[in-house]
Design a protein around this ligand. Structure first.
Ligand code: PEP
Ligand code: MG
Length: 319
């Protein structure tokens, strides 16, 4: 059954009983987007645009951005690309922004917060995305903002996108406040994508890059899963899709749990797509919900992981 599922993987993720789960690719630059398209990915759920800004002494011009984004949109003609606006800050510093040094960069002026200190950066980027989208009308272009923490920020970002003619604007849910307020945020935003890397970091108060706290930096932590569940419920209440684009989506067993929690799409490194598709294809939506319930009620991350993995015999066939 598994081999058949792998063979028939066409980007259309489905559970064994036919519930659709959109399976998308995370990409970091035009070359990666072209490789992802060539490997059969059916769309991009997270296009990290930092590549256009990092290691630059001067801000990229609108024209440079239009060209770079256009290559990604061209690679996914007829499909969807979710473009994430710049996620930089004191942790990923941009020389031309000359941001003030911060004692706690992960908690500082990062992501959408840069739009307040340097409004022209977001304005130029939205101008460029809108132009690239107009150059590639065959591609469905969605835009989303990183590090959204308040309903006002969600509303402000959606309004800014609308001023640029970008009609499908969403938010990342990667701060616990956004998961808690997913429903009111999704009254404004057209969709949400849960960034489990940062959501885990901020929920567990554990630096995502610090090996000494790796035990806590684990998306299997039931507290993180409960916030994902809350985000998905907020989307369901508003009739809006809520996906996951953090590393968690690339773990086939965790993907089953995320679907069981109500997540409608999974975006991941392209090489993880076939295994995630195969495990979903072998698992019914009812089983996804049952395993998700076991995971959110587990006493810890290791317990959640082992009880779910133990319930998925299909994993043995992956090798
Ligand atoms: C995340 O935080 O899960 C995410 C997808 O964004 P990034 O890894 O770029 O911070
Ligand atoms: Mg993030």
């Amino acid at each position: 059954a598994l081999a058949a599922a792998v063979r028939t993987f066409d980007g259309e993720g489905r559970t064994a009983d036919g519930q659709r789960v959109e399976l998308l690719a995370n990409v970091g630059d035009p070359a990666e987007a072209e490789a992802a398209a060539a490997s059969g990915a059916q769309g991009v759920g997270l296009f990290r645009t930092e590549f256009a800004f990092l290691d630059r002494t001067e801000a990229p011009t609108v024209e440079e951005q239009v060209a770079a984004y256009g290559r990604v949109l061209a690679a996914f003609e007829g499909r969807k690309v979710v473009v994430r606006t710049l996620d930089a800050g004191a942790d990923k510093p941009l020389p031309f922004l000359r941001a003030a040094p911060e004692a706690n960069p992960a908690l500082g002026v990062r992501g959408l917060r840069v739009a307040e200190t340097h409004p022209h950066v977001l304005e130029d980027q939205l101008t460029a995305i809108a132009r690239a989208a107009a150059d590639h009308p065959g591609t469905t272009t969605w835009v989303m903002a990183p590090m959204v923490a308040t309903v006002d920020e969600a509303e402000g970002f959606v309004a800014a996108c609308a001023r640029h003619g970008l009609g499908t604007a969403g938010i990342m849910i990667e701060v616990p406040s956004a998961a808690l307020l997913a429903a009111p945020m999704l009254a404004h935003a057209a969709f949400a994508s849960v960034g489990t890397n940062d959501l885990t970091q901020y929920t567990m108060a554990a630096d995502r890059l610090l090996g000494a706290v790796a035990r806590l930096s684990d998306a299997w932590q039931p507290a993180v899963l409960r916030l994902v569940e809350m985000a998905a419920a907020g989307g369901a209440a508003q009739g809006r899709p809520v996906g996951v684009c953090g590393e968690a989506a690339a773990d086939p067993a965790l993907a089953v749990v995320l679907v069981g929690l109500g997540v409608t799409s999974l975006s991941m490194t392209p090489r993880a797509l076939p295994d995630v598709a195969a495990v979903l294809a072998a698992t019914t939506s009812q089983e996804c919900r049952r395993l998700a319930r076991l995971a959110v009620t587990a006493p810890g991350a290791d317990h959640a992981r082992s009880v779910v993995r133990g319930g998925l015999t299909v994993l043995d066939e992956l090798g």
